[in-house]
Design a protein around this ligand. Structure first.
Ligand SMILES: Cc1cc2nc3c(=O)[nH]c(=O)nc-3n(C[C@H](O)[C@H](O)[C@H](O)COP(=O)(O)O)c2cc1C
Length: 188
């Protein structure tokens, strides 16, 4: 099984990236593999709310009118056995890159063609509060809501804070080992 790990941080050596690496380590220990994508290295615009009613071809056709890297990331998502969203906590919430991506993803998932290969896929959300350490649990609530909107099978949401970060890395390695055999991932 190959998982896709989508990171919403800019820092390839930061806590969010290290969280992604910990899950990857767990996956690999079970013979699975993973690909890590940093959203900040992708060109992904925010939703344009195309029509006057706020919708667009997302709802009608299950695709987005904007021609940027969104399509390629969604394609990789569709072919992944499971997906992990690793997000740095900003203002107790999702980072801007994560929000921009998931805002557009949930829209195309309103359409059967758009949600093909995504609905029911095993997904995990990770929220890393690396500043004062507050807001990670609140961020997981946002994450759960938007991943649910996309139709994922949200099998876990893991808050981390600066103060428990090292301990939680062990939890993430264990999670990666478990994710390698995630029941809904085997259905893909
Ligand atoms: C705009 C902004 C808002 C932030 N808000 C919070 C917050 O609410 N709680 C917190 O603990 N850290 C906060 N931080 C710190 C980030 O959570 C911290 O940088 C995080 O660990 C991401 O680091 P990384 O990109 O190296 O993974 C904020 C950082 C930024 C840039």
């Amino acid at each position: 099984m190959k998982a896709l790990i989508i990171v919403g941080s800019r820092d390839p050596k930061g806590r969010t990236a290290r969280s992604a690496e910990a899950v990857l380590e767990g996956l690999k220990s079970q013979g699975a593999s993973g690909e890590v994508i940093f959203l900040t290295q992708q060109k992904i615009e925010r939703c344009r709310q195309c029509d006057v009613d706020g919708w667009g071809i997302c709802r009608a056709e299950g695709r987005c009118v904007i021609q940027d890297d969104f399509v390629a990331v969604v394609d990789r998502l569709r072919s992944a056995g499971a997906v992990v969203f690793a997000n740095p906590v900003y203002f107790s919430d999702l980072s801007e890159s994560m929000r921009a991506f998931l805002d557009r993803l949930r829209r195309i998932c309103r359409n059967d063609a758009g949600k093909k290969g995504l609905a029911g896929k095993c997904a995990i959300g990770i929220c890393v509060a690396g500043g004062g350490g507050g807001g990670a649990p609140a961020c997981t609530v946002s994450m759960e809501k938007v991943l649910g909107n996309c139709g994922f099978d949200v099998v876990d949401l893991i808050p981390l804070r600066r103060q428990n970060f090292e301990m939680k890395l062990d939890v993430l390695k264990t999670t990666g080992r478990w994710l390698a055999a995630c029941p809904s991932s085997q259905q893909q």
